[in-house]
Design a protein around this ligand. Structure first.
Ligand code: SAM
Length: 254
């Protein structure tokens, strides 16, 4: 690893740190400290002894990146992001529109997925959110793939012929028509909402506005505690995140 690289320092499940390597800096934990210099030059997968344990140096996958980023807004969970990306049909080179940016967790995942040739345009009404999201994207080297637009997406989406639109905001039904106009034929609208009232409203609005293959799902994930002869789901965990409504843009045929 070199200066500027990201590394996940994993000590135990409760002590996981996302670190950007900078000479002269130090990671302090209650299990001991590590100088960044001690990590520079090491390989991902190696481990280092610290005062009261061992620090494992891991390549930063997106789920651990989430743990380490600043999150001023409620953020989407990996389980929901994974499904949304999967059914959206986007691929490297795709152009995607998103609102609202929030902490940029979905933005970063989309930017990671569309690759160097792809583009993510993300709208938010709040400049402070976009500044934080931009910093998060910069930390991961993904900023160049993202266009941050300060504005109310309910007023319209400027981009045309986009492959997918992703919405995570309070009143997405007010954006359904704009999403339809922005999408290429057969393009996908993915909406995340935390309540069933919002689900019903956005679902019906999509049906009324020439979206087809509209479906609503909830992704349920349970984490397990694993102990010999006592393996079972954890007692405490995230029990509810939200629902996902997906649909495809239909155009009039003959
Ligand atoms: C829950 S956060 C999005 C979190 C984001 N998906 C993430 O994973 O980090 C919702 C965001 O939508 C923004 N927002 C709300 N209404 C909006 C609108 N009409 N146009 C654009 N952004 C909006 C809010 O400012 C907030 O930052």
């Amino acid at each position: 690893m070199a200066e500027g690289d990201l590394v996940v320092v994993w000590i135990d499940p409760r002590r996981v740190y996302l670190v950007k390597l900078e000479r002269g800096k130090r990671l302090d934990t209650d299990k001991g400290s590590l100088l960044h210099e001690d990590i520079i030059g090491k390989e991902y997968g190696e481990s280092l002894a610290i005062q009261r344990g061992k620090a494992h140096l891991l390549y930063p996958t997106l789920d651990y990146i989430y743990e380490g980023l600043h999150r001023p807004s409620q953020v989407l969970y990996p389980k929901d992001i994974g499904y949304m990306i999967y059914v959206s049909g986007i691929k490297p080179g795709s152009t995607v529109v998103e609102a609202g940016t929030g902490s940029g967790f979905l933005t970063i995942s989309l930017a990671n997925f569309v690759g160097n040739e792809g583009r993510v345009v993300t709208y938010d009404v709040r400049e402070d959110m976009q500044n934080r999201a931009r910093k998060n994207a910069r930390l991961l080297g993904l900023e160049d793939r993202v266009t941050f637009k300060l504005g109310d997406v309910r007023q319209g989406i400027e981009e045309k012929d986009v492959d997918a639109v992703f919405l995570d905001m309070p009143d997405p039904w007010l954006v359904v028509q704009h999403a339809w106009s922005s999408l290429r034929p057969s393009g996908t609208l993915e909406v995340f909402i935390p309540t069933t009232n919002q689900l019903e409203r956005v679902f019906l609005t999509m049906i009324q506005n020439n979206f087809v293959d509209v479906k609503a799902v909830e992704i349920i994930m349970r984490e397990f505690q694993v102990k010999e002869n006592a393996t079972r789901p954890r007692t405490i965990g995230v029990t509810h995140t939200g629902y996902i409504v997906s649909g495809r843009k239909s155009i009039k045929g003959s």
